[in-house]
Write a protein that binds this ligand. Structure first.
Ligand SMILES: Cc1ncc(C[n+]2csc(CCOP(=O)(O)OP(=O)(O)O)c2C)c(N)n1
Ligand SMILES: [Mg+2]
Length: 578
């Protein structure tokens, strides 16, 4: 037992001011500006949630920990402060763990705080209530994991968790708080002194001048340069510097899904609508906060073409360099510092990319946009993806500061291409893993953290993973409009099972009315069968700020297997492909 805890024996109990684990955790969170908790109550954290709320922390109580965890993870992305998720032991912890792993994979700062059972019983495997060695299980799935056993160590424990989450490449951190800790009593003054306010939690990491010069030399030598902006660039909140750099460089840019809006998708240098051309034909590619993972086909293969290519990479994580292909100019540092250093080193008289490259891209972009335009204006009923997304595209154009949440397969891939984004960090989606289930958690955190209206564009399958949180959205009366692209199933609603009476694995109840779900909790439900109806309903929802769920009736035959990534499905040589 620590000296601070022992010291309570030194004076009679009634003459000294006491504090306890509950209060120290709350004080430590508040001291570090962590004023929001996303979680689900239960033993041993129920009272903690109540007390935190009473002390002014915003406590958002969810219906399932995974959704609370996703909310915390995206809160981290949006604010650069660790999002906090609070769960009960064993099953609650495991439910939150998916989100913690997701945060780590996506480089979002998050802290999963979980209550846990009695160490003495857990370690002897004597069958405690919700027994589990949570710390051991969390470790491989997050950036760091800590356990606090003494009240006097709460301040240090939280400080370590905060630093681990936000410094360097951000990620998920697990903080294990055994039930006994909450009630542990210690001298209040000693308690206050034990708290740590984390100074400069994510110190700037300045790139070496040589690496900056090398990168600019390579960029300067390019005939067909390309800049790719990843969600790391969006996370950095160096929006002005990034915009100035891209414009001064005069290089076409391709935004990754959550990098959209750093510069508007309608910017003349945006190559989003000419993606395959720029990947194939570019000769120098500068990655800014984007990794060469599967989302960029690992930087090689068919989609990158045969032309020789040089890669420049700006990333805070040195190990990211050469992960898939050779990086001829690695620039290691935080994105803000790196881009600022680039801007400073470019000097005056930087030559924009050659005009023939820019005009080839502009031509391709106009061709593709022109081909798409009539499809976006169709008023078919039931709707197809393009008709429905044409409407939502206009709505976001008119409301560029709204938050857009997006998940699904076709619903995701087509919305990403069709809905232009105009401001940084407005589009939040399935991320690196392409997971379903982020929808309602993200929507809730987006509303809470930004105070802006939220539009969720959800496949009917995707929505199902977190659908119960519509109650949470109604309970907190959040300005969230959920549009469900209801095509009766996963990818399509038309599969049939030729071998028996069970439905095919990819189809759902036909003609389901998701709009009725939100009515059960006092929200507004709308069934929209045409683009016109959809437009009216979404605009009304965004104007009212009232929780709304719109069941957008899509043609069950609209959509293709796995959206744009059908090629990743393994094929059987024994069964013929339809
Ligand atoms: C957690 C998780 N489970 C399963 C999947 C596999 N999966 C990919 S997309 C998808 C649902 C696609 O259907 P829907 O959301 O209705 O979109 P649609 O293509 O029909 O528009 C599923 C289940 C996943 N990506 N993540
Ligand atoms: Mg669907």
């Amino acid at each position: 037992m620590s000296a601070a805890v022992q010291s309570i024996d030194a004076k009679p109990a009634d003459t000294q001011e006491l504090t306890d684990g509950f209060h120290l955790i709350i004080d430590a969170l508040k001291l570090n500006g962590l004023n929001t908790i996303y979680g689900v109550p239960g033993i041993p954290i129920t009272d903690f949630g109540r007390m935190a709320q009473a002390e002014g922390i915003r406590v958002l109580s969810f219906r399932h920990e995974q959704n609370a965890g996703y909310a915390a993870s995206i809160a981290g992305f949006l604010t650069k402060k660790p999002g906090v998720c609070l769960t009960v032991s064993a099953p609650g912890f495991l439910n939150g763990l998916t989100a913690l792993a997701h945060a780590t994979t996506n480089c979002f700062p998050m802290i999963l705080i979980s209550g846990s059972s009695e160490r003495e019983i857990v370690d002897l495997q004597q069958g405690d209530y919700e027994e589990m060695d949570q710390l051991a299980i969390a470790k491989p799935l997050c950036k760091a994991a800590f356990r606090v056993l003494h009240a006097a160590d709460i301040g240090i424990g939280l400080a370590r968790a905060i630093r681990a989450a936000v410094s360097g490449r951000p990620g998920g951190v697990y903080l294990d708080l055994p039930a006994k800790l909450f009630g542990q009593v210690m001298n209040a003054e000693a308690g206050r002194k034990s708290l740590v306010k984390v100074i400069d939690a994510a110190p700037a990491q300045i790139p070496s001048p040589d690496s900056v010069k090398r990168a600019l030399d390579v960029l300067k030598s390019a005939k067909k340069p390309l800049i790719i902006l990843g969600k790391g660039a969006a996370y950095a909140q160096a929006d002005e510097a990034i915009k100035s750099f891209v414009e001064k460089a005069g290089v076409p840019f391709l935004p990754m899904s959550m990098g959209k809006g750093l510069l508007p998708d309608t910017h003349p240098q945006c190559a989003g609508a000419a993606r395959s051309t720029v990947l194939k034909d570019s000769d120098v590619v500068m990655l800014i906060g984007a990794r060469l993972n599967w989302l960029l086909s690992h930087g090689k293969g068919k989609s990158w073409g045969d032309a020789p290519k040089k890669f420049i990479q700006i990333d805070i994580e040195p190990k990211e360099m050469d992960s898939n292909v050779e990086i001829v100019a690695p620039v290691v540092g935080d994105i803000g510092s790196c881009v600022a250093a680039m801007l400073a080193a470019m000097g005056n008289g930087w030559q924009a990319a050659p005009a023939d490259w820019m005009s080839a891209i502009a031509k391709k972009r106009e061709e593709n946009v022109g081909k798409m335009a009539p499809r976006l204006m169709n008023n078919n009923s039931p709707m197809d993806y393009h008709g429905a997304l044409g409407v939502l595209r206009t709505i976001i154009k008119e409301r560029p500061d709204a938050m857009l949440v997006n998940e699904g397969a076709n619903t995701l891939d087509l919305a990403r291409g069709i809905i232009d984004i105009y401001q940084p960090r407005k589009r939040i989606d399935v991320g690196t893993w392409g997971i379903m289930g982020i929808g309602m958690g993200y929507a809730i955190a987006a509303a809470i953290e930004t105070g802006k209206p939220v539009l969720c564009v959800e496949g009917d399958s995707a929505f199902g993973f977190s659908g119960m949180e519509v109650e949470t959205i109604c309970r907190y009366n959040l300005p969230v409009c959920i549009v469900i692209f209801n095509n009766d199933g996963i990818y399509r609603g038309t599969d049939v099972n030729s071998a028996g009476h069970d439905p095919a694995p990819t189809v759902f109840v036909k003609g389901a009315r998701y709009d009725k779900m939100i009515e059960a909790f006092g929200g507004k439900g709308v069934n929209a069968t045409s683009p016109d109806e959809l437009k009216r309903a979404v605009n009304a929802a965004m104007d009212s700020g009232k929780p709304t769920l719109i069941n957008a009736v899509l043609d069950p035959a609209a959509g293709s297997e796995s959206g744009r990534i059908g090629n990743l499905n393994p094929q059987s040589v024994l069964s013929k492909k339809k």
